[in-house]
Write a protein that binds this ligand. Structure first.
Ligand code: SF4
Ligand code: SF4
Length: 164
């Protein structure tokens, strides 16, 4: 494969993403790398490189990007957006990527497990809640049933995890 061929997009993923809320600005990226140099997550782990992820989208690597956990690592701090000279919002682009990935069933286990836990128990850490409920609430003569309203979590679970 020649250098020129390596940079020919293999799908229209970038056009598809550009039409979704949040994905509009992606074609302004000039691949300067300031985002990666500014990113606290990239500073912590070599595997997360926002510039490179944007490049994969531009090159049309749809399945690779949607099935990757990397877009889920963005903390939406927007430091990259603050510094990007082209006005690209990576936080919004990756949010659009995550939304599309979720629609197609690509949610990293750690996130789907967390939503399941919240929908079932109302807590991210069910064991902590149980300990607290048993050890403290009764001692304090409080109702052991906290009466958590899980409706919102259940709706999220139904839409993004169960796909209903
Ligand atoms: S800083 Fe902006 S233009 Fe530069 S690579 Fe990142 S998103 Fe693209
Ligand atoms: S918004 Fe995401 S990609 Fe941008 S600097 Fe923050 S964590 Fe990194």
């Amino acid at each position: 494969m020649t250098d020129k061929e390596r940079f020919v997009p293999t799908s229209d993923f970038v056009e598809e993403l550009s039409k979704r809320p949040g994905g509009e600005g992606i074609s302004k990226c000039v691949q300067c790398g300031i985002c990666t140099a500014s990113c606290m997550v990239a500073n912590e782990t070599d595997k997360y490189r926002p510039r490179k992820l944007i490049q994969k989208i531009i090159l049309g690597k749809r399945e690779e990007v949607l099935s990757s956990e990397l877009p889920w690592l963005c903390m939406t701090c927007r430091m990259c957006e603050e510094r990007c000279q082209e006005g690209v919002s990576i936080a919004e682009i990756f949010r659009a990527v995550r939304e599309l990935a979720a629609e197609e069933g690509h949610i990293p286990d750690v996130f789907s497990d967390t939503v399941n836990l919240i929908a079932e128990d109302g807590w991210m850490l069910a064991d902590s809640y149980t300990d607290f409920q048993e050890d403290d609430r009764l001692d304090l003569e409080l109702d052991p049933n906290l009466g958590w309203n899980c409706e919102f979590s259940k709706k999220i679970k139904k839409r993004y995890i169960d796909g209903e």
